[in-house]
Design a protein around this ligand. Structure first.
Ligand SMILES: [Zn+2]
Length: 294
């Protein structure tokens, strides 16, 4: 048996497909295949002690490896973006708010710096159970501010739910008490809960009880809460009755108040759009119908 027949080329079909040979490729002085473009080896010689044979295996040359790495990175990025898109879809109930990102800020919202800071220092905010109470009139940018935080944190892999009590109360209304408990417990699985438009929900005894239960549960489990509201700080500090007082007391204990004053036209338009969007969804009684807000 001569030496040459001792050398076996491992030409596994899969390897061939992954590492094809091109016309410009050539055999070097060492008898191994080289890439005609990057001039690095496409073959390696290995000695198999077990088989007592020398074998040649096909590998990627440098340029093939680089291309493979680029494709792999692009694939990973696409997968991550898809994952984030899916997550945002389930975590932010108002689709129009998916577009509220820091990059869309036109510099007209003086408070936005603190929203960026909140995101940057999220670990600390979470550990301290620091929530935010964004209060002020309609069209002052509170919802935009809160949605920027939601979008940015979701992109960092933080579990966030941005919704409102009207929606939560609708969901609770058809449930048996055990399911209600599960549902409220499921709201505690989110590291951050954002309640938009707090204070516009029904204020029946039943509704106030559910609102209190949810806020109290966040309080007891030391999980942050962000609330946007048209109510004034003054109203929240001087509630009309005990039922409201115990809710507001909890919110004020958990949330740092940030005042939104004055009219901001661009933001006002945007917020009006969100409100219209909400009416659209709620009128149709199906928020998952894929309607896009223009
Ligand atoms: Zn190459």
């Amino acid at each position: 048996m001569d030496a040459v027949s001792e050398i076996e080329k491992i030409d596994v079909q899969a390897e061939k497909n992954l590492n094809p040979v091109f016309q410009e490729d050539y055999v070097g002085k060492d008898g191994l295949l080289y890439c005609g473009r990057c001039h690095t080896r496409k073959e390696y010689r290995i000695n198999s002690a077990l088989l007592r044979k020398e074998m040649i295996v096909r590998v990627k040359c440098q340029c093939e490896q680089e291309q493979w790495d680029r494709e792999e990175a692009a694939r990973a990025l696409r997968e991550k973006q898809n994952r984030i898109r899916r997550m945002k879809g389930t975590c932010i109930h108002d689709r129009a708010l998916l577009d509220c990102i820091f990059e869309e800020d036109d510099g007209s919202l003086p408070q936005i710096g603190s929203a960026r800071k909140y995101v940057e220092t999220w670990q600390e905010r979470k550990a301290n159970n620091d929530g935010l109470l964004l209060w002020g009139g309609v069209g002052t940018g509170k919802t935009f501010y809160a949605a920027c935080i939601a979008n940015a944190l979701i992109e960092e892999g933080v579990s966030v739910l941005m919704t409102n009590f009207s929606k939560i109360l609708n969901q609770l209304s058809g449930m048996y008490s055990e399911d209600k408990n599960h549902f409220i417990a499921s709201l505690m699985e989110y590291s951050l809960l954002i309640i938009d438009d707090f204070g516009i929900e029904r204020s029946t005894e039943y509704a106030l009880e559910q609102v209190f239960n949810i806020i109290d549960e966040r309080y007891k489990t030391r999980l942050p809460l962000i609330v946007t509201t048209n109510l004034s700080l003054e109203t929240m500090k001087n509630p009309a009755d005990i039922a409201h007082q115990r809710i507001y007391d909890r919110v004020l204990a958990m949330c740092i108040p940030i005042s939104f004053q004055g009219e901001n036209h661009r933001k006002a338009d945007t917020e009006k759009k969100f409100k219209n969007g909400k009416c659209l969804f709620e009128d149709e009684g199906d928020e998952e119908n894929g309607n896009e807000i223009e």
